[in-house]
Ligand binder design. Sequence first.
Ligand SMILES: Nc1ncnc2c1ncn2[C@@H]1O[C@H](COP(=O)(O)OP(=O)(O)O)[C@@H](O)[C@H]1O
Ligand SMILES: [Mg+2]
Length: 253
Amino acid sequence: MSKAKVIAFANQKGGVAKTTTTLNLAVAFGEEGHRVLCVDMDPQGNLTMSQGIDPDTLERSMYDVLVHQLSIREVIRKREVDIACASIDLAGAEIALAATIGRERALERALNPVREDYDFICIDTPPSLGLLTINALTAADKVIVPVQCEYLSMRGLVQLQNTLAMVRENLNPKVDIQGIVPTLVDSRTIHAKEAIEILEENFGSRVFASRIRKTVRFAEAPVKGMSVLRYDPKGSAAKAYRDLAKEVINGRS
Ligand SMILES: Nc1ncnc2c1ncn2[C@@H]1O[C@H](COP(=O)(O)OP(=O)(O)O)[C@@H](O)[C@H]1O
Ligand SMILES: [Mg+2]
C-alpha cells in the first residue's frame, strides 16, 4: 500500500481562505476517487464546524491526539471526507507540548499509523507560525499557500518561507511549497490583477494557474455544513476547486 501524500495549508495571515481551501480541495480529491483525511489543527475549529460538527460537543479532539497520544482514529468523523476534529482546547496544546521532547513531531507521529489508509491528508493550520503550524510543516510532504490578493503581503510570504527553511534544515528536509493559490480574487478590480502580477513576478510557476474568485457561496456553504462542491455542485466556485485539484494531482511533483 502506498502512503498518503500529506499537504499542509499554511499562511500566518487569517482570513485568506486556508480553511475553505483545505476543505474544498479535499472534497475535490475525493470526487476524483481518492481517499482523503482532513486534519483540523486550528483551535478555532472552523474546518470541523464547516462540516456541521459542533466543536463544543467533542469529548476528544486533536488536543488529546497531540498531547496524550490518543489514536487519531478516535477523533475522526466521517463526513464528505474524513475529518480529524479540533476544538478550543487545542489552544492549550502549544504550552502542554512545549517542555516535551520531539514536540515538533507530535502530529507526524499521530499520522504515521493512518498514512496507508488515505491517498491525501490535508492539514488546516491556525493563523500563526507557532508550534501547531510547525507540527503541520514537519508532518507535510508539501505546502499549499492560499494568498488573498486584495491585501497582498509579500512580507508575510517571506516570513513563511523563512519558517519553512528552518523546518527543512532541522526537522523535515523534504518539505517544500507545492504552490501558491490566489484566493478571494475580485476580478473586477485593477488592484487584484496587479496583486497577481506581483505574485507571479516573485514566485513564477509556483503560482497555480487556478484562481479562486470571490463569491458569496463560500460564506453560505459552511453554514449548511457543506463544502461548496456539494452546496453548489454546478457553480463556478466548485469548478475552481476541481481545477485546482487537477493541477495539484497532475501538475507538479
Ligand atoms: N472565494 C471566496 N469568496 C468569498 N468568500 C470567501 C472565499 N473564500 C473564503 N471566503 C470566506 O472568507 C472567510 C475566511 O475564509 P477562511 O477559509 O476561514 O480563511 P482562513 O482559514 O485563512 O482564516 C470565511 O468567512 C469564508 O467563508
Ligand atoms: Mg481557518
